[in-house]
Write a protein that binds this ligand. Structure first.
Ligand code: SF4
Ligand code: MG
Length: 317
């Protein structure tokens, strides 16, 4: 009988993933596109957290940013326009073990996908949701999106758009059971990374709007806050997004904001004077639909069938 260890025993090697383990095909976004920065941040996070690539899923809809899954060497689902959310919720409902990122754009999320966005926030399943908002439909070549500012010219509104833009942060904060709402910018890598990391670590649906540069069509849109930091309002708090003091002190405008204060979060979201960045709101105790509906998820198939048939008896007349 084999009992003792010998020199032939092979110990299992612990696996360490490097950045290359998360890199998919070469990104085809335009040079200078803010999507590159978000991709780098997500790949770094995956490396830092040592997420097993085979246990990680990136789900997207349609648009420039929705090419994201191709650029990650994980599982991915490039869905239909506006449909990243229901696909992600479906996966999460049956697979609580996976690490999940949802990538969507302002056209994808705030136009055709609006109903799915609202209800995904309400259901509060464990998802890291990144809205890459460049104020334009980029993939379809410069069309006005719901977040385009009034008066912005595009191929669909050559004389300037008529309507005030939709505010994705205000909308999300207005949804019952929202549990994590943050805003960051693609051009500040430490803040971008720390925000995505905090979103990933939050147990529930974490919604992050990322102000994203599109040098091809809307290069002017975020040029001013990028050049002039006084146009950005940094929300600070010990329970907010951590930021190295050497970077935080570069922001002349800061505000102490407790992320449990929903009324103040809503007021900050409406602020017209500056672009607020940081954590607007967090509720760690919000109801989780995926938890409530995962009971019996590992039940053997025969037992599940028996339970279903038993329930069907209620409908016998
Ligand atoms: Fe990025 Fe804009 Fe180019 Fe699309 S069109 S890849 S959003 S820079
Ligand atoms: Mg867009």
């Amino acid at each position: 009988m084999y009992e003792s260890k010998t020199e032939w025993d092979v110990a299992a090697q612990s696996r360490v993933c490097t950045l290359d383990d998360y890199k998919g095909v070469e990104a085809r976004w335009c040079p200078g596109c803010g999507d590159h920065a978000v991709l780098n941040a997500v790949q770094r996070l995956a490396r830092d957290k040592q997420l097993p690539p085979e246990k990680t899923v990136v789900v997207s809809g349609i648009g420039c940013s929705s090419r994201f899954p191709f650029y990650m060497s994980t599982y991915g689902f490039h869905g239909l326009h506006g449909r990243a959310f229901p696909v992600a919720c479906g996966i999460r409902a049956r697979r609580p073990d996976l690490h999940m990122f949802v990538i969507t754009g302002d056209g994808d999320c705030c136009a055709i996908g609006t109903a799915h966005w609202i209800h995904t926030i309400r259901y509060n399943m464990d998802l890291t949701i990144l809205l890459l908002d460049n104020n334009v439909y980029g993939l379809t070549k410069n069309q006005t999106s719901p977040t385009s500012r009034r008066g912005e010219r595009s191929n669909t509104y050559p004389n300037g758009s008529f309507l005030e833009p939709l505010n994705p942060i205000s909308v999300t904060l207005g949804v019952a059971n929202a549990s994590f709402v943050a805003q960051t910018v693609d051009w500040n890598p430490p803040h971008l990374y720390n925000t995505i990391r905090a979103a990933y670590e939050h147990p529930g649906a974490a919604f992050v709007r990322i102000l994203q540069r599109c040098p091809h069509f809307t290069s002017h849109v975020f040029a001013e806050p990028q050049r002039d930091l006084s146009q950005v309002l940094l929300m600070k708090h010990e329970h907010g997004i951590p930021l190295d003091p050497s970077i935080a002190k570069m922001f002349p405008n800061t505000v102490e904001h407790h992320p449990h204060n929903l009324a103040e979060a809503r007021a900050l979201a409406e602020s017209a004077d500056a672009y607020p960045i940081g954590l607007f709101y967090r509720n760690e105790n919000a109801f989780r639909y995926d938890r409530a509906t995962s009971q019996g998820i590992h039940m053997p198939a025969a037992q599940k069938l028996e339970a279903v048939e038993k329930n069907l008896e209620r409908f016998v007349i």
